[in-house]
Design a protein around this ligand. Structure first.
Ligand code: NDP
Length: 252
């Protein structure tokens, strides 16, 4: 299988993005991690430079000028872009009465506008390389708890943005989406925020798969969707949640 040479992973300094960066490095790709957290970005580069060619590019994906610079820097460093993983995301859960327009714009800005901007400016290079995009949404695109309007809407937007991009950028660029469920990040944070994961039996048992997810559950599918083996898959959404959204729940 041919390996794609260069990937940009947004939000790649921690969590799911960090696990994805590692996996792609181990596949032989160059990886640019684009993140607002400079402490985490520097740490991740130090931790992973033994695995391959990794570069941290500070970038707020909600900012047009910073995304343009990200793409220019990545192309300048690696001569092209073959894969884009739109993973950067934030959540602000607040009751509807308390949520401000600023809260709404912050969440939509990072989670949805960020994916739009990165895709828009990476598209010319992805067309040249016949590359691929993977967007990270959430099972909250499909179901909700109370007080999660902005996050749910941003993730629903990502699912729709995925099929729109797949149609606009095909046949040269494939675009797919993953909806993760509960993914435990404790060990994948920067050192100052790292925690030992602790889950109850109830946490595990509410998943038909019998456990909470780990970042590599998502990174493995990103890796596959970027690879030529997934050449007939585009515009699709994959739920990776240990079966949680398939479990029927009746109130007691
Ligand atoms: P993390 O918070 O562990 O990592 C996200 C990284 O993105 C952080 O380093 C964060 O920096 C950075 N970031 C935040 N805002 C921006 C921005 N505007 N531009 C660039 N980087 C930014 O998150 P996860 O690994 O949990 O999340 C990754 C993706 O997966 C997100 O889109 C999230 O919504 C989604 N997801 C996660 C689930 C989970 O259970 N963990 C479940 C479903 C979906 P900082 O820490 O400084 O904010």
């Amino acid at each position: 299988m041919t390996t794609l040479p260069t990937a940009i992973v947004t939000g790649g300094a921690q969590g799911i993005g960090k696990a994805t960066a590692r996996r792609l490095l181990e596949k032989g790709m160059n990886v640019a991690i684009a993140d607002v957290d400079e402490e985490a970005g520097r740490e991740t580069v130090l931790e992973y430079e033994g695995f391959g060619n990794i570069r941290f590019i500070p970038c707020d994906v909600s900012d047009d000028a910073q995304v343009r610079r990200l793409i220019d820097d990545a192309v300048g460093e690696f001569r092209g872009i073959d894969a884009l993983v739109n993973n950067a995301g934030i959540s602000r859960f607040k009751p509807l009465d308390e949520a401000t327009l600023q809260d709404w714009n912050a969440v939509i800005g990072t989670n949805l506008t960020g994916a739009f901007l990165c895709s828009k400016y990476a598209a010319p290079y992805l067309r040249d390389s016949r590359g691929a995009i993977v967007n990270i949404a959430s099972t909250r695109a499909l179901m909700s708890e109370p007080n999660t309007e902005a996050y749910a809407a941003s993730k629903g937007g990502i699912v729709a943005l995925t099929h729109a991009l797949a149609v606009s950028l095909g046949p040269h660029v494939r675009v797919n989406c993953i909806c993760p469920g509960w993914i435990e990040l404790g060990e994948w944070k920067k050192k100052s925020a790292r925690k030992i994961p602790r889950h109850t039996e109830q946490d595990r048992q509410q998943h038909p798969a019998g456990r909470v997810g780990v970042p590599n559950d998502i990174a493995a599918l990103v890796d596959y969707l970027l690879s030529p083996d997934a050449g007939f898959i585009t515009g699709a959404n994959f739920v990776v949640d240990g079966g949680m959204t398939r479990k029927m729940i009746y109130a007691e």
